[in-house]
Design a protein around this ligand. Sequence first.
Ligand SMILES: NC(=O)c1ccc[n+]([C@@H]2O[C@H](COP(=O)([O-])OP(=O)(O)OC[C@H]3O[C@@H](n4cnc5c(N)ncnc54)[C@H](OP(=O)(O)O)[C@@H]3O)[C@@H](O)[C@H]2O)c1
Length: 298
Amino acid sequence: MKKKLLVTGFGGFVAGSVIAHAKDDWEVHAVDRIDIPEKQNGINYYSLDLLDNEKLTKLFKEINPDAVIHTAALADIDFCQNNQEIAEKVNVGVTKAIADLCGQSGAKMIVCSTDTVFDGKKGMYTEEDSPNPINFYAETKVKAEEIVGALDNSVVTRLSLVMGLPVMGSGNSFLAKTITKLKLGESVKFPANEIRTPVDVITLGSSLVELAENDFTGIIHLSSNTRINRFEMAQQIAEKLGYSKDLIIASDSNAMEGRAPRPNDASLDNSLAKKELNTPMRTLMEGLELTMNFKLEK
Ligand SMILES: NC(=O)c1ccc[n+]([C@@H]2O[C@H](COP(=O)([O-])OP(=O)(O)OC[C@H]3O[C@@H](n4cnc5c(N)ncnc54)[C@H](OP(=O)(O)O)[C@@H]3O)[C@@H](O)[C@H]2O)c1
């Protein structure tokens, strides 16, 4: 009998890849607040607002998962800065509710945190480095990390900027939006001040599912082997895909009015992931190739 995996936020960018990687080996249960998709592909979908604690508890107990990959969140940094109450409820409150349920049942909980828990003054952060959030989104993620980290059977994954095309559904992919604009010959702005280690969504989905299966517990950084600023990243991607790199315009995200502050260098050291996971950590270009060619087997 297959083990049961609960994935939250199935309509999201990361969850689509998680579900694609889990669907053959796990009995997958997937929840989001959007309508369930027409094509089920053997996945058990549920439409539920995770803020509804009563319904969440009932569903969790019915499924009784062996592991949970919690991707659902309010992940827009500026939205969270301007809507702190709801950001706290979703990113901290929902995480706490799921952590409590996992604590009671013994299910392994894997949560998606972010490279932006760091202040960006140092770069190449390891799991030993202390977070120092500089915007509200990151503050909620640090609280979520602490809640999940307090469980015995849990993993806090810190994701670098996620690069790739959505595997299922739509998902919030900067690459998909960029390609649409480049096809039309339109220019696209990318911040040159933000240095990241962008991880492709396929490597990420595979890593998260592996962490649900293996015995690793604790904090782990999931990032590529390429440390690069977002402007140069976009230039390299545009060139590789056959577009003019002149369409990529450099900006400074911390000079734009009304935006939440971003860490400058939030690059992550992925040595631990390389040691603990069978999924290889890749370069930006290897990740690009993987996501452009990934086909979902039905
Ligand atoms: N993408 C990145 O570059 C990146 C980098 C670092 C960390 N992360 C973290 O990785 C995780 C996944 O990111 P992502 O890019 O896949 O985000 P995403 O595309 O925004 O997906 C999140 C999903 O969660 C759903 N959700 C939010 N609140 C919910 C609620 N109350 N009930 C049910 N579903 C709810 C969202 O629905 P709505 O669309 O309706 O809100 C969305 O479908 C997040 O925790 C994010 O913070 C992402």
